[in-house]
Design a protein around this ligand. Structure first.
Ligand SMILES: Cc1ncc(C[n+]2csc(CCOP(=O)(O)OP(=O)(O)O)c2C)c(N)n1
Length: 340
């Protein structure tokens, strides 16, 4: 059973008026790029083109898309191994991202990092140790404060499974003690691998309860609702840069796939999935709202979707035709003191 959430709600009409049609279509397009990237990336994996792990962001697109729509890219960002969307939103091209999944030298990390380790100028990772990126995000918030940078925050996305990890609590404690402009976003997709959140986290709602322990504010939002996420990120960013106090957000969402591509997710029923992937789908939700508001037609939606599919298909071709990293470069980019 879901806990009693106190959701941050927005007026969709107000958000539509504020963002305007062009921006809304721009972010719907980005969400469709992410969706198509994940669908085709998975199929490339099934065809043996992608090695390692594959964690799909399908179902969660509204959260990071709305964050970027509200805050823009001029901040620090960190996330987990479920990192394709954030990289694409921060300007990594589909070609670079796909080539990284394929392990090619033209990839975003030269083919060394693979699916879990994408980067951008403002994105410190794509980091695979659960909870291990919170100290990095907190450190980024420290630099903002130390350098007295204005209108800048450190956004840190983590999963519900990470909140019981020690590094998470040490980070929150320091951020609260030192008043750091860090925005911790728990993307609660209900599962940490195959473990349901209520079997892993003792006190729920998560953010509301955790925040009390550190004397900071918490916000909870419906993570599949682009409008609510946008308004919340806009307001919180304003508050955080004014006060330099950290904040915890819980974005309640669903992942469409298993934990990773090798997880058939047998712990969920077909009915549950159909419910999540129907009208609750964040892309369908935004599409329906825009059609209802007269800002989009079904034909336009289909055209945008197929354009994004073509971009991703071209990225797969680019990746497939790209060279493997030269073995001579193996030691490049590796940090190790020379005399040891
Ligand atoms: C320190 C550490 N422990 C365990 C793992 C193995 N592991 C990888 S993902 C994961 C579950 C994390 O779930 P959650 O934080 O809810 O994120 P989600 O995958 O749902 O996005 C675990 C236990 C790991 N990578 N790092």
């Amino acid at each position: 059973m879901k806990p009693e959430y106190h959701f941050y709600k927005a007026d969709p009409g107000q958000v539509m008026a504020e963002l305007g049609r062009d921006k809304l279509i721009e972010f719907l397009t980005k969400m469709l790029l992410i969706r198509n990237f994940e669908i085709r990336g998975e199929s490339a994996y099934q065809h043996g083109k992608v090695g390692g792990f594959y964690h799909s962001y399908m179902g969660q697109e509204a959260i990071q898309a709305a964050c970027l729509a509200a805050a823009g890219p001029n901040h620090w960002f960190t996330t987990t191994y479920r990192c394709h969307a954030l990289a694409l939103l921060l300007g990594v091209t589909p070609n670079e991202a796909m080539a990284e999944l394929y392990g090619r030298s033209t990839g975003n990390a030269g083919g060394r990092g693979g699916s879990m380790h994408l980067y951008a100028k403002q994105m410190l990772g794509g980091l695979a140790i659960v909870g291990g990126h919170l100290p990095i995000a907190t450190g980024a918030a420290f630099t903002i404060k130390y350098l007295k940078e204005k209108n800048k925050a450190s956004f840190c996305f983590l999963g519900d499974g990470a909140v019981v990890q020690g590094a998470v609590h040490e980070s929150l404690n320091l951020a609260a003690l030192w008043s750091l402009p860090c925005i911790y976003v728990i993307e609660n997709n209900q599962w940490g691998m195959g473990t349901a959140v209520e079997r892993a986290v003792a006190l729920q709602p998560i953010a509301e309860n955790m925040a009390k322990a550190y004397g900071i504010k918490a916000y909870t939002v419906e993570g599949m609702n682009f409008f609510d996420c946008y308004a919340m990120f806009r307001d919180i960013l304003h508050e955080v840069v004014e006060t330099s106090r950290p904040v915890i957000i819980e974005a309640v969402t669903e992942r469409f796939r298993g934990h990773s591509i090798s997880d058939p997710a047998l712990y969920r029923t077909k009915e549950e999935l159909a419910d999540i992937m129907g009208e609750k789908d964040p892309i369908q939700f935004l599409k329906n709202a825009l059609i209802e508001a007269g800002m989009l037609t079904e034909e336009e939606f289909k055209r945008i979707d197929s354009e994004q599919r073509e971009i991703v298909v071209a990225a797969m071709k680019f990746a497939d035709e790209s060279p493997w990293p030269d073995p001579i470069t193996l030691e490049e980019g590796v940090f190790a003191p020379e005399d040891q």
